[in-house]
Structures are given as C-alpha cells and as structure tokens.
Design a protein around this ligand. Structure first.
Ligand code: AMP
Length: 119
C-alpha cells in the first residue's frame, strides 16, 4: 500500500516527524513508543502502510513473518533476554489508536509484567 499522508507512522518512516529509532531494514522500522508503559516499550512496524492485521492476506505472510523475526531481534537487542510481551491491537475492539499495523514490545526491568487481562 502507498504511504498514507495522514498516518503518523508513515511520517516517521519518511523522516517527517522524529522518532527514537532502534532498528531499521528494507521492510521494517522499530522505535520507542512516545508514551511508554514499561521500562522497554518499542514499536515494530512495516515501512509500507497497512492499517491493521484485519487487512492481512496470504500475500502478506512473507513480510509479516520477517517483521516478527525482526521484533525478536529488537527485543533481544533491547536487553529483554528473560522475556517480553508482544501485543498487536486491531481495530476498535482491540483499542487500536494508530491505524498503521504495529507490534508493541513490552519488557525490561526485573519483575514480570502485570497480568494482561483480568478475568
Ligand atoms: P495502539 O493503541 O496499539 O494503536 O498504540 C499506538 C501507540 O503508538 C501508542 O502506544 C502511542 O503511545 C504510540 N505513538 C503514537 N504516536 C507516536 C509517535 N509519534 N512516536 C512514537 N509512538 C507513538
């Protein structure tokens, strides 16, 4: 998909707004979340625009797999050897705010993260 001129993450990819980048390759960019909720809170995104996982098709399996492998490299490089949490929010029910598919990496510190959802 073409870059969306109104998309904040497309603007980060284009260098039009700043971000604290930690990883970049041909397809993937990773940077610090601007409002971290854990000692390590990084976002891993495809450089091309796709709104959410809802739009994924079989044709996307290759780059999406590479994005997840890149996310593991990013988490380990950030010092999360003892584990981390990977979150992908999708759409309204998933409380997705930025409509450019992104993977949250949460970790850092010594204590396990809070329970994700209360029963
Ligand atoms: P989500 O609710 O999954 O869409 O999460 C979007 C995330 O993007 C939030 O955690 C925001 O703090 C983060 N965010 C929004 N704008 C920026 C930005 N300019 N740079 C870095 N992170 C951002």
């Amino acid at each position: 998909m073409q870059a969306d001129p109104n998309c904040v993450f497309c603007k980060i990819v284009a260098g039009e707004i700043p971000a604290k980048k930690v990883y970049e390759d041909d397809e993937v960019l990773a940077f610090h979340d601007i409002r971290p909720v854990a000692p390590v809170h990084l976002l891993v995104i495809p450089k091309h625009h796709i709104p959410s996982t809802k739009e994924l098709t079989d044709d996307d399996a290759g780059w999406m797999g590479r994005l997840m492998v890149a996310a593991t490299k990013v988490a380990l490089a950030a010092g999360c050897q003892d584990g981390w949490r990977t979150i992908i929010n999708t759409g309204r029910i998933g409380r997705q705010e930025v409509m450019h598919l992104h993977v949250h990496l949460l970790g850092g510190g010594n204590e396990p993260l809070p329970i994700m959802l209360k029963r």
